[in-house]
Design a protein around this ligand. Structure first.
Ligand code: GLN
Length: 475
C-alpha cells in the first residue's frame, strides 16, 4: 500500500473531511496481521481499510450526502453494511465525496467541491465519474483496499471505469439498504469498488445477506432457492471441468456515439475471450434504446418522494427564515439546502407523477422497465429465478453473460463540464441503466489503464458469482 503521497491525494477531494490517518489504526492492523499469520483471521478482509460513501450511515462522523441540508447530520445508527464490515475486522477509514444524494455522473454536484480523477489530460483533471467518484478515487490512489458506493443507475460502475478499478453492483435485494439514504429505492443498491475483483468479492461476501430491517432484502429461503437454481444450472451446463461461456454482445450497445478507442477495447476483449475458447453471440436487446429515458423518469419520480422529508422539520437543517407560514419555512429550507441538480430532479419527478402527466410519463416508463427486463430474460440461458421455475431453456441461442463497454466515451475533462448541458451527464449512464432497471448484477472491469477503459459484465438475476468468475478471466 502506498500512503506516502497523502498531500497530493487530499487535493483530489475524494474524502469528505479527511481520511483517518493510517497511524491511528496501527494497533488494529498489527493485531489483524498477527491473526492472519496464526491462521485465525476474522475474515478474508480482516485488517482491510475500507472507505464509505457519505450517503451510507456511520456513527463516528456525520453523514451528509454532500448536501447542505444534511450538513453536520449525525445518524443515530450505522447502516447494516457498515456493521457487517466492522464485525469482520475491516477498518473504516472515512467517508467519501459524491454527487449530492447520489444524483450525478461526475461527482461534481457536491457541497465539498468536485472529486478529481487521478488521471489528467493536458494538465487538466478528468472527471472521476459519479456519483461514487470519491470512493473510486480513494481506491485508485491506494488510500484504502476497497470502498462502498451506491449504484442506482451506474454510480459504482461509471467511476470504476473512469478511474481504472473494479466496480460491482449486486443483484437488487441481496445487500441491505438499511441505513443507506434513499435516492430511488426500487433501483438503489450498495456496491463495492476495489483494485481487483477478488477483493471486491471478499467485501461483497461480507455485506451480502438477509436483513429483516430492509423490506426489500431477499429472505433466506429465497436466497437458498436461488442458490440451488444457479447450482443446478451449473451442473447441467458445460462448465465446471471446462468453463467455457457463451458471451452475448448486444448490438444496441454499439452506438454511434461509441468512441473508437472504447470500441477497440471492446473488440480486443472479445477477441481475447474467443482465443480462450469462449464463444461470442451477437444479440439484440431492443428496449435498450428507451432505457435511459425511462430511467430519468423513474429515478426522479422516486427521488421527489424520498426527498420530501427534508423539510427542516422532520429532517434536515432548518433555514433561518422561520417567520410566516409553514410553506415559507419549507420553501426557504429546501431552496437553500438543496443543490441545483437535486431541485431539477424533484421538479421532474413531481411533474411526471402529477395527475396530468402520470399516464404519459411515469406509467409509460414503468412499461419500458418491464420491456428491458423481458429483453434480458430472453437473452440469458438461465431464467430469472424469481419470475419462473423453469430450468434452462434451449441454450442454442441463449447466453451466460453479456459484455459491453461501461461508458461510451473516455472521462471528460472537469473543466469542460462546467459549460455542459445537464443532459450530457445523463447520457453518460446510457450503458449502465438497463441492468439497473432490470435489477441485474453488473460489474465494470478495467481492460486498459491509461487511458482508463472499463468493460461491463452483466449476468442474470442472482448469478452474481458468475460475474466474479468471469471478471478474473478478463482483468
Ligand atoms: N448518474 C445517474 C443519476 O444521476 C446514476 C446515479 C446513481 O447511480 N446513484 O441518476
Amino acid at each position: 500500500r502506498c500512503f506516502a503521497n497523502q498531500h497530493a491525494h487530499k487535493l483530489l477531494n475524494a474524502f469528505v473531511g479527511a481520511a483517518k490517518d493510517v497511524a491511528l489504526f496501527q494497533h488494529e492492523l498489527q493485531a489483524a496481521n498477527e491473526r492472519s499469520k496464526e491462521g485465525r483471521a476474522k475474515s478474508p478482509i480482516d485488517g482491510h481499510l475500507i472507505a464509505i460513501k457519505d450517503n451510507i450511515c456511520t456513527t463516528g462522523e456525520p453523514t451528509t450526502c454532500a448536501s447542505a441540508i444534511l450538513e453536520g447530520f449525525h445518524s443515530p445508527y450505522p447502516a447494516t453494511v457498515v456493521e457487517k464490515l466492522k464485525g469482520t475486522g475491516a477498518l473504516i477509514i472515512g467517508k467519501t465525496n459524491l454527487d449530492e444524494f447520489g444524483m450525478g455522473s461526475h461527482s461534481t454536484n457536491s457541497i465539498y467541491g468536485p472529486v478529481k480523477n487521478i488521471y489528467t489530460q493536458d494538465g487538466d483533471h478528468l472527471s472521476a465519474g459519479g456519483s461514487s467518484g470519491g470512493s473510486a478515487v480513494a481506491v485508485a490512489t491506494g488510500q484504502c483496499d476497497a470502498a462502498l458506493g451506491t449504484d442506482t443507475g451506474g454510480s459504482v460502475r461509471l467511476p470504476a471505469a473512469y478511474t481504472g478499478i473494479v466496480g460491482f453492483k449486486p443483484s437488487y435485494g441481496l445487500v441491505s439498504r438499511w441505513g443507506v439514504v434513499a435516492y430511488a429505492n426500487s433501483l438503489d443498491t450498495v456496491g463495492v469498488l476495489a483494485k481487483d475483483s477478488s477483493v471486491a468479492r471478499s467485501v461483497f461476501n461480507v455485506i451480502n445477506g438477509h436483513d429483516p430491517r430492509d423490506p426489500t432484502s431477499l429472505s433466506t429461503s429465497t436466497r437458498s432457492r436461488i442458490e440451488k437454481y444457479v447450482i443446478d444450472r451449473s451442473a447441467k451446463h458445460l462448465w465446471g471441468a471446462s468453463p467455457l461461456l457463451r458471451i452475448g454482445v448486444p448490438i444496441e450497445y454499439n452506438t454511434e456515439e461509441l468512441q473508437p478507442t472504447v470500441k477497440e477495447a471492446w473488440l480486443g476483449t472479445l477477441q481475447r475471450l474467443q482465443q480462450l475458447g469462449h464463444t461470442i453471440h451477437i444479440l439484440s436487446l431492443p428496449a435498450t434504446k428507451m432505457a435511459l429515458s425511462a430511467y430519468y423518469v423513474l429515478a426522479p419520480a422516486e427521488a421527489s418522494s424520498n426527498l420530501a422529508k427534508y423539510d427542516g422539520v422532520r429532517y434536515g437543517n432548518k433555514s433561518a427564515e422561520r417567520e410566516g407560514t409553514d410553506n415559507v419555512l419549507y420553501a426557504a429550507t429546501r431552496g437553500s439546502g438543496l443543490g441545483e441538480e437535486v431541485k431539477r430532479r424533484i421538479l421532474l419527478g413531481s411533474y411526471s407523477l402529477s395527475a396530468a402527466a402520470i399516464d404519459n410519463y411515469f406509467i409509460k416508463a414503468q412499461k419500458v422497465r418491464r420491456l428491458v427486463q423481458r429483453d434480458f430474460n430472453n437473452a440469458f440461458a438461465l431464467s430469472h429465478p424469481l419470475l419462473d421455475e423453469q430450468a434452462i431453456s434451449s441454450t442454442e441461442d441463449k447466453v451466460d453473460i453479456i459484455l459491453t463497454p461501461t461508458a461510451q466515451s473516455m472521462p471528460p475533462k472537469l473543466d469542460d463540464l462546467d459549460t455542459a448541458d445537464p443532459l450530457e451527464a445523463y447520457k453518460a449512464d446510457v450503458m449502465t441503466v438497463p441492468a439497473s432497471l432490470a435489477g441485474l448484477p453488473a460489474m465494470s472491469v478495467p481492460v486498459s489503464e491509461e487511458p482508463s477503459i472499463g468493460m461491463q459484465i452483466i449476468a442474470q438475476y442472482g448469478d452474481d458469482d458468475l460475474i466474479f468468475d468471469f471478471a478474473q478471466i478478463i482483468e
